[in-house]
Design a protein around this ligand. Structure first.
Ligand SMILES: NC(=O)c1ccc[n+]([C@@H]2O[C@H](COP(=O)([O-])OP(=O)(O)OC[C@H]3O[C@@H](n4cnc5c(N)ncnc54)[C@H](OP(=O)(O)O)[C@@H]3O)[C@@H](O)[C@H]2O)c1
Length: 227
């Protein structure tokens, strides 16, 4: 799988970063974003300044920012073989009754609109055989009380992925909604502040699973991480 090109959103930390590192090691060209330019510069430096890694700050919930980011990626890589919509926000873990409206709107903006914009602008640059992975969650598959906008956004991502898979069938582009399960990241620590993080799998295991998923050519659909 050499000479492949990928966009990974939210590549500065957590699962996104592990996917970026893994793909660079495998010889891919990778274009990644997060909201903080300095975190991206640090990432590139820590990986040894690979020429095959393109970084640019982008807020995935802002359509102009996404349009410019995709243009930047295509200028550098020419095409997109893999899009991983990974960036997302947790929001607050409170009841619907107590959920702050501004946090709700921000989570939906980033987690739902962000996936729509990135996908819409990337599709014209994806050829037959390309793959889209949308990071979902167990909270998007069964009722998750007190997960509010995050859970609703991930239910949205599950539905979005299934309809997109149907639309892209004729173009031979596969679409996966993928639930990584409990993984040692900052988001997980925020969601479960009293949990012992040493009991969790590292994000590298998720990156490994995603690589196997995309190279196995299993049909489009909704998948969960398993050992
Ligand atoms: N960790 C888990 O246990 C777990 C379980 C189920 C599902 N997931 C899903 O897996 C994915 C990765 O989670 P994670 O735990 O690795 O999260 P994380 O540690 O919080 O990392 C999230 C990444 O997304 C970026 N990001 C956030 N908002 C953004 C925006 N508006 N525009 C661009 N980038 C943005 C963050 O950088 P900045 O903040 O600097 O922008 C960061 O690079 C998410 O979709 C999450 O819902 C995770």
């Amino acid at each position: 799988m050499r000479d492949k090109r990928a966009i990974i959103t939210g590549g500065s930390k957590g699962i996104g970063r592990a996917i970026v590192e893994r793909l660079i090691k495998e010889g891919w060209q990778v274009c990644t974003c997060s909201r903080k330019e300095e975190d991206l510069r640090r990432l590139k430096e820590e990986l040894g300044n690979p020429q095959s890694l393109y970084i640019r700050a982008c807020d995935v919930g802002d359509r102009v920012s996404v349009m410019e980011f995709v243009r930047f990626c295509v200028q550098n890589m020419g095409r997109i073989d893999l899009l991983v919509n990974n960036a997302s926000l947790l929001g607050e873990r409170v009841s619907i009754e107590n959920y702050p409206e501004d946090v709700w709107e921000e989570v939906i903006r980033v987690n739902v609109n962000g996936v729509f914009y990135m996908t819409k602008y990337a599709i014209p640059h994806m050829n037959s055989g390309s793959v889209i992975v949308n990071m979902s969650s167990g909270a998007g598959k069964r009722p998750a009380p007190y997960w509010g906008a995050y859970a609703v956004s991930k239910f949205g991502i599950e539905g979005f992925s299934l309809l997109l898979a149907e639309e892209l069938k004729d173009k031979n582009i596969r679409v996966y909604a993928f639930n990584p399960g409990a993984t040692k990241t900052q988001m997980r620590a925020k969601a479960y502040p009293h949990e012992d993080p040493t009991t969790l799998k590292p994000p590298e295991k998720v990156a490994d699973f995603i690589l196997r998923l995309i190279s196995s050519k299993v049909p489009s659909g909704s998948y969960d991480y398993n050992e």
